[in-house]
Design a protein around this ligand. Sequence first.
Ligand code: ADP
Ligand code: MG
Ligand code: MG
Length: 475
Amino acid sequence: MAQAVPDEVMMNADLIKDLADVAKDKALRQGVLMRIQETPNSSELVTYAPFTLFPTPVPKAVFLQALQVQIHFNTLVDKISQDPDFLREALASTIAVDDFTARLFRIHEQILKEGRSQSIVLGLNRSDYMLDQKNGKSSLKQIEINTVAASFAGISSRMPDVHRHVLKVAGQLEQSQKILDNNAAVGLAMGIAKAWELYGSDRAVIMFLVEENQRNIFDQRFIENELWMRNIPTIRKQFDDVLKTGFLDQEKRLFVDDHEVAVVYFRNGYMPENYISEQRWDARLLLERSRAVKCPDISTHLAGTKKVQQVLARPGVLEKFFPDQPQIVEQIIATFTGLYTLDMGTEGDKTVAMALAAPDQFVLKPQREGGGNNIYGSGISQVLEDGKDGTERMAYILMDKLHPKPGKNYLLRRDAPLEITNCLSELGVFGAYVRQGEEMVMNKCVGHLLRTKCSEDSDGGVAAGVAVLDNPLLI
Ligand code: ADP
Ligand code: MG
Ligand code: MG
C-alpha cells in the first residue's frame, strides 16, 4: 500500500478540503510553524510549516534498520573527525578545485597546528535515506549525512499529533495508531546539555549561531526551550555579533556580548553564501580556536562532505575505522549505494564515461549543503563534457540515482493549490553523541524526520521550498 488512507478518502474532494483545513489548524496549534517569506525576521505574521495532509507508509523493518545503524554512523563520523590523515587524503582532490571546501580545510589544518583547545566533542547529525525500489523490494539507501546544522528536529516532533488527528477525522482510527512518537528536539537538547555540563560553568551559555534570514526560527526554538527548561541559558547570535563583540581570553575561553560561551551550535556557516566577507571567515576561525565546544567542530564538519561519503564507500575503507567489527561494517555498507570518484585518472575517467552513457541513472553532487545544488540528467553531461579534460570535475562526486516508490498525497503549502500529487519521501534519522577525550559519554539515536516532495522535483529540502514535513506510518 503506497498511501495511508483508502481511495474513497483520497479522491473525495469535499472531504479533502475539510481535512486540509483541519490539518492546518492542528499544525498551527501544535507549533508546526514558520515565519513568512516576506518577513523572515519577525513573528508578527507566521504560517504553518509545509507538510503532507496524510502520513506516508514506511515498512517497519527498514525504518528500524535506519534507527539501528545510527549509533554506528555517529561513531564513524567521530572517528573520521579524529583522523587528519584520512581527511587530508580524502579531500585532496576536492580542495584543489573547490574553494569553499578548501577554506574549511585550511581552518582545520590551522587548528591541528595550534592544537585543539577543547577535548569535548558534540555531534548532532542527521543521516538521510531513500527506500530504493528494486525487484519489488525496498532497501534503505543513504542519500547523505549532515554533520552541520541538520534541521527539523524541533518541528517534526509536533508532526505525529497532526497526522493522528487528521486520520481520526478522516475515519481512520486504526491507521492513526500506527504513527510513532518522535522527539528528536529533546534528544539534541540532551546532547547539548551534556556538553554544557562537561564544560563546567553555570554562567556559560549555549550560543546558537544563526543566519540573517530566520524564517525557520521555530524549529530552533524547540531546542532552545528544552535547554531553558533545564535552566541552561541560550543566546542567538550572528557572525556579525561575533565579529563585533567576540574575543578569546588568555585561556581561549570564548566571550560574545559579554557572555562566556560553553557551546557554539552552528545553524549557519555551512554554505559559501554564509561567508560574504573575509571577516566572516575570521569569525569562524575565532570560534574554532576557542575553548567552547563546537557543534560541529571543523573536522566533524568536513567529515560530513559528500567527498568523504564517496571515499567511505571504497572497498576496505570502513574496515579501517572498525577493525574487528565486521558486523558494524556490514550494517553501514548495506545502506550505501553506488558512489563514484571523479578524481583525475583512469578511475575518474571511467566514472565520466559511465555517467555520459546514462546520465539519467545518476546524480552529480558538489560539496554543498542546503538543497538545490545537485545536477541531474543533461546537466550532468554538460558539466562532465565541458570539464572532461579539466580538473573541475573533482569538485563533484557521482552517485547512483535512487528510485523510491511513489505514493499519492496532498502537499499543504501556504497559497499553493490543493491537488493530489505523486510523491517521493526521504527518511532522516537524528544522532547525538558527546565525547570527552577518549571517552564516548553519550551516543544515541534520538529521532527521525520524514520529508516528502513531488516526484517531479529532483532535489529536496524543506527550507529550500521543495519538500514538506511528513510522518512515517509503519506498515
Ligand atoms: P543537500 O546536502 O543539499 O541536502 P543531498 O545529497 O541531500 O544534498 O541532495 C539534495 C536532494 O536531492 C535530496 O534531498 C534528494 O531529494 C535528492 N537526491 C540526492 N541524492 C539523490 C540520489 N542518489 N537519488 C535520488 N535523489 C537524490
Ligand atoms: Mg546535506
Ligand atoms: Mg540533504
